[in-house]
Ligand binder design. Structure first.
Ligand SMILES: [Zn+2]
Length: 303
């Protein structure tokens, strides 16, 4: 939307590491070591780096660069990650939620190019998203807008029982969230296997329990799709994440079918639901693009 360069940038060096589990300080130290290793591989000095981007799960404050809380990273509570990384690397660091950065990348160089109203959804280990409306990223008052994985899509129908009885609990503390049904980690946990790929493989091999879990996941995503179309009326829904990429007939197809069958006719006719264009590197592209825009004093539309 505000880019002066909409080509997919070359990735000239990369360094992948697993996340330490002992403390937040250990995670920061590993990230700094990784950043330095990338600069060494690319043969650039810190003083020649215009900016760095850091993509993190939230909730977080993208303006102050503080991660407020994450469910999956030890020690990341009120962690001033942009400052800590910036000090460690000698580079200005910009922080944002992983899904917001992914949406920025899909907007500038990916499947949502030119769209002023779009929703980015990722279906992966977790389920998350970001919302752009009227050409602006919707942030909300606590910067959690777009956390579509925690949209509740199920509840107990029997009024004599509690609303959450018999409904999958979610790690967020609520129940019936899309994530509790459709996230890879939840699917694997519910079947008692190592990863989501094992659940889809078991279903293909005829395992009735795996098939039932996948049907529930499809229905949760279908309900979310109808809610997005009726409630937000976007021109594009971009769906990324590893499960979406590897199992499109269990993610994109049920969402498209539900929109056609059950959403309001006018927004259903206007919306395109499409796979993300940037694949597994969407977070990295988003981090670089957001850092580039903010370092240049641009990016008002997503701040
Ligand atoms: Zn939840």
């Amino acid at each position: 939307m505000v880019s002066d360069d909409d080509r997919v940038p070359d990735i000239v060096a990369r360094d992948d590491r697993s996340t330490p589990r002992e403390s937040g300080d250990a995670v920061i130290a590993e990230m700094v070591a990784s950043g330095r290793e990338v600069m060494r591989k690319a043969n650039v000095a810190a003083r020649d780096v215009a900016a760095a981007g850091c993509s993190s799960p939230g909730p977080l404050d993208h303006k102050t660069g503080v991660v407020i809380q994450t469910q999956n990273i030890v020690g990341f509570t009120n962690m001033p990650i942009a400052t800590r990384l910036g000090d460690g690397l000698g580079v200005k660091v910009f922080l944002d939620r992983d899904t917001c950065m992914a949406a920025i990348a899909e907007s500038l160089i990916g499947a949502a190019r030119g769209a002023k109203d779009f929703v980015y959804l990722t279906v992966s280990t977790g389920v998350g998203g970001a919302i752009v409306a009227g050409g602006r990223m919707v942030r909300g008052v606590a910067n959690t807008a777009g956390e579509l994985g925690h949209w509740p899509v199920a509840f107990q129908l029997d009024a004599a029982r509690d609303a959450g009885d018999g409904v999958p609990r979610c790690r967020c503390g609520s129940f019936g969230c899309v994530e509790a049904f459709a996230a890879g980690a939840n699917l694997a946990e519910q079947l008692g296997v190592g990863g989501a790929g094992d659940v889809y493989a078991a279903a293909d091999a005829g395992d009735a329990r795996a098939r039932a879990l996948i049907v529930r996941a499809e229905r949760a995503l279908a309900n979310l799709a109808v809610g997005i179309v009726n409630g937000l009326d976007p021109s594009v829904i971009v769906v990324g994440g590893s499960i979406s990429e590897h199992q499109p007939k269990h993610v994109l197809d049920p969402m498209r079918r539900a929109i056609q069958e059950r959403a309001f006719k006018a927004p259903a006719a206007a919306v395109r639901l499409m796979p993300a264009a940037l694949g597994a590197d969407v977070g990295m592209h988003g981090a670089v693009l957001e850092a580039r825009e903010r370092a240049a004093g641009r990016g008002d539309w997503f701040l």
